[in-house]
Ligand binder design. Structure first.
Ligand code: VGL
Ligand code: ZN
Length: 189
């Protein structure tokens, strides 16, 4: 069993991607077994917060009529609309007092799948002295993939907690893992 206490160290940060109600069963864009990541990730969140390692939670936070929505010509059903219940965190997700929220997907003109895309996250991590970034969440083959790629490109040592991710499709998930390896991320299975 992979224990967070033995892996997290100073200079690390934990980034949990989009663990929101709409991406879980009964949500508007449900990812199969998306809710299962919560029990995997809570011990990592607790361990990080307990030892002063920064915990970032990203959220998909779209305005109504967002270009990624099908009714606006995009690929996805309406999801994670700002200030709606579906955009809330999964109710069991551990939110430490020290949490840093990264908001993305707010633009009227384009989607932002990556938590690094025009959020200032890379600068913030560098300012905090972060070298190594642990990443997990939803969806493995969409926003986690885009975030991991950008994290590698920005020069962080990226570790992906594979158990703490779920894909939209199994095939997409397998391809995403390959692409992450190619990008230089270390997959922790
Ligand atoms: C996501 C589809 C649309 C994600 C966000 O968080 O992976 N997927 N918007
Ligand atoms: Zn979205």
């Amino acid at each position: 069993m992979l224990s967070p206490e033995n892996h997290l160290q100073q200079g690390d940060a934990l980034l949990v991607v989009d663990v929101q109600k709409d991406f879980c069963p009964r949500g508007k864009l449900p990812i199969p077994r998306g809710d299962e990541v919560v029990t995997v990730l809570n011990p990592w969140i607790a361990a990080a917060a307990g030892r002063g390692i920064p915990v970032f939670l990203s959220r998909d936070w779209h305005p109504a009529g967002h270009p990624s929505f099908q009714d606006a010509g995009g690929p996805w059903p309406v999801h994670c609309v700002q200030d709606t219940p579906g955009a809330e965190w999964h109710p069991q997700l551990l939110i430490p007092d020290t949490v840093e929220v990264v908001t993305k997907g707010t633009r009227y003109d384009q989607d932002q799948n990556s938590a690094f895309d025009q959020t200032g996250l890379a600068e913030k991590l560098r300012r905090d002295g972060v070298q190594r970034l642990w990443v997990a969440g939803l969806a493995l083959d969409v926003c986690v993939l885009a975030t991991v790629r950008d994290g590698c490109r920005e020069g962080f040592e990226v570790r992906v907690l594979v158990d703490g991710c779920r894909p939209v499709t199994e095939e997409g998930g397998e391809k995403a893992l390959d692409a992450m390896r190619q990008a230089g991320a270390v997959l922790i299975e």
